[in-house]
Design a protein around this ligand. Structure first.
Ligand code: NAG
Ligand code: NAG
Length: 384
């Protein structure tokens, strides 16, 4: 059945796809019509799994109108979310009691259950004199490696900087069901993340020390956490950074709310795959549009690797001496920026973004590491 969806996409955009028989396309269209009428039992099996989704995006969509393909996917997602089917709710509830935080130190990674955050806040490796950064990964993006790669790269950068409690919440293994249900789970996981942070704040850890950041669905989890935290405490988490916040399924006025300004005292967002896997709209206090609003980053030839650039750019900016690698100006488009029509102050994207800045900022990047246009290629970060 899933194949049929692919065929539909294939027939719409590729003229010769050996797999697809036009008459079966009509069956599928019929099924979609049934689905919209409420006969939703078959919908879950129609939606690609994240892995299929990404391999499709890699292999099939190159050079094709991604926005159109993902709009179609989004449509499926909405139907499924609106279905309220019991099957959906039962099958895809996240296994919260199996999820863990990882507290990173230079010498070890300590795993602590999501449901027992006190164990982390009281752990000897947690230094209450230092700020806390919690990085939430998305689902197993880019076919497995990426979520763990993102955690390790970000952890290495923060360990290099030092004087920080760096924690990851790797949700990949648990939201690696169908994307739709993964998206649905962001609200629940966000609620538990918020409960953990509340415990910490109750133990008089300074609120201004708390920074959540997430890639893709992880950004949506952080947004949900920020809103829960605010509802329960009337306070705001100091900062939430959205690294190319997930786009499909998160629609204005839809069932799922995504990260938005107001979810923390300061919300900064880095866009690297706008309109496809990442959100295109300005949703933060400050939004950085890297290389404009085109879905592909320089040196990247598929949407998922462009989606991953957001955490790569951020991690690069964390290393001591790299704070100003990515300098952006407030502007309306990358063309206007490159024609010198935007002459406001340069603002650093990433680690050093000042929490008072607001607006839409644009910048160019390099096509390979170091990505920051202002990086000094002779500079090697020094870690103590
Ligand atoms: C905790 O961090 C502070 C400030 O960064 C540092 O001075 C102190 O030595 C650290 N404590 C431990 C036990 O590492
Ligand atoms: C910005 O950060 C400073 C220092 O942590 C804090 O005092 C201030 O309240 C923050 N402002 C906003 C808007 O988050």
């Amino acid at each position: 059945m899933r194949l049929l969806v692919y065929c539909l996409i294939g027939l719409l955009f590729i003229s010769h796809d050996g797999y697809c028989v036009p008459s079966r396309l009509f069956d599928l269209v019929g099924e979609l019509v049934d689905a919209t009428k409420g006969a939703l039992g078959s919908i879950p099996s129609l939606i690609p799994t994240p892995e299929e989704f990404f391999s499709l995006s890699k292999n099939t969509f190159i050079g094709l109108p991604n926005q159109v393909v993902f709009a179609f996917f989004n449509q499926f997602c909405n139907m499924a979310l609106n279905s309220n089917s019991v099957f959906v709710k039962k099958k895809f509830t996240p296994k919260l009691d199996e999820m863990s935080f990882i507290l990173h130190s230079k010498s070890s990674s300590i795993s602590i259950p999501l449901m027992k955050p006190d164990e982390m806040w009281k752990h000897p490796e947690f230094n209450t004199s230092n700020p806390l950064v919690i990085f939430v990964t998305g689902w197993k993006t880019n076919l497995k490696e990426e979520a763990s790669q993102a955690q390790n790269v970000m952890a290495a950068a923060y360990m290099c900087r030092g004087n920080v409690n760096f924690v990851t919440l790797d949700t990949a293994a648990f939201i690696d069901t169908l994307y739709t249900w993964s998206a649905f789970n962001t609200q629940t996981i966000g609620e538990y993340l918020s409960k953990a942070v509340q415990k910490l704040v109750e133990s008089s850890f300074p609120l201004e020390f708390i920074h959540l950041m997430g890639h893709s669905l992880g950004a949506q989890i952080c947004g949900a956490a920020g809103r829960h935290f605010n509802q329960n405490t009337q306070l705001l988490i100091a900062r939430i950074t959205g690294l190319d916040s997930a786009n499909p399924c998160f629609n204005n006025g839809g069932v799922l709310e995504g990260l938005f300004r107001g979810d923390a005292a300061f919300v900064d967002v880095i866009h690297t795959n706008p309109g496809v896997l990442g959100k295109k709209e300005a949703i933060g206090d400050i939004d950085f549009f890297c290389n404009g609003v085109s879905p592909l980053q320089p040196g990247s030839f598929d949407v998922s690797s462009s989606h991953g650039r957001a955490w790569k750019y951020y991690a690069e900016s964390v290393y001591p001496g790299n704070e100003n690698n990515f300098l952006a100006r407030e502007c309306t488009s990358i063309t206007a920026l490159n024609n010198n029509n935007c002459l406001g102050p340069l603002i650093p994207m990433g680690y050093a973004t000042p929490n008072t800045t607001k607006g839409n900022y644009f910048l160019n990047t390099n096509s390979k590491s170091p990505y920051g246009e202002h990086s000094r290629r002779d500079h090697q970060p020094v870690c103590v």
